[in-house]
Design a protein. Sequence first.
Length: 379
Amino acid sequence: MRILYVASDQTLPGETGGSVHVHEVSRELAKQGHEVHAVVQDRGEGTTSGDGYSIHRIRWSPSHRFFRFRALPQIEALMARLKPDVLMERYYNFGGEGILAAETARVPSLLEVNSPVLDHEDSAKARLDALLVVRPMRAYRERLVRSASALISPLKEIVPEFARAKTHVVTWGANVDAFHPSRRSEARRASWGATPETTVVLFSGSHRPWHGVGTLKEAARLFSLKDRPDVLFVLAGGEAKGVAPDFRGLNLGRVPYRDMPEVTASADISVAPYDRSRLRSLRLGFFWSPLKIFEAMASGVPMITLDIQPLNQIVRSGLDGVFFKEKDPADLARAIWSLAENRERRLGMAKNARDRARLFSWAAHAAQVESILLNLRRA
């Protein structure tokens, strides 16, 4: 198949979750023998090749992604030139240029929904939309959903009810070749001040409030953990950098994504302590793609996270990791302590996590997407 993948507000190469997602999906579909053309925002990068697939860079005016829909003429021109068999679009509230171009050209389309199409309770966007009486933003989003031939999403509850029958639940994934236990580095651990006997507890992410880093810091300050010389907390991501002054640990600050496989594999425990109360849209359900969980498991690192769907369908308690009570630092400290105390248990979980990660690889994700695209083409 010739696939046009519209992700106009993303950049390639890039280090955000969105950029990683677009690259990995494009690369894996190309590896399966398809001709893939990824459309991304032009930020001045010159390459037109992305490891087996083609990159097309576009601009629109004004350049803010709120005006992404104004890229429609460029997508129409690409479609006329490339004549794709199918089109995929990465959903964004103010996008839709790919879906609408495909509808006009009568090309089957797949809308990739990574964030809610629905407005959550107390949404500022919904209140603004209501002030405009006819709710134009909701009407536009629903038009895109109706126009798409099919949708994929990690959670059906974030798409309008009328579209759920044509929505396929597909989990995102990890690059299980890049994230691998063999990337563990004693030299990197030593640079953190860890010995071979130290239990390194890793948090990675952008340190947004709902990522729960505050809960982890509170747990690390508790007496049960802060005075243990054999437990070291390493925080990757965010702006701060240096030794943590109030618990035994350090902030790495922003880490280049190319270094994350080694950073992740060099830990002994990975923590994803989400706090859903800090992001209102999560009231619709936990739709966020937990890349850090997939990547830690692929690296052979046991996980500590929440006992909620879909996280408890990815991590198996007692096999690949353990759960703790959301927003409960003491319970998180207990979970960390329990794994820090039992190295053999951690090693067993590490092997299980690595084996299970293959179910959540980008290759597995792309195989699901490929099947859907082939069916759309045949329809």
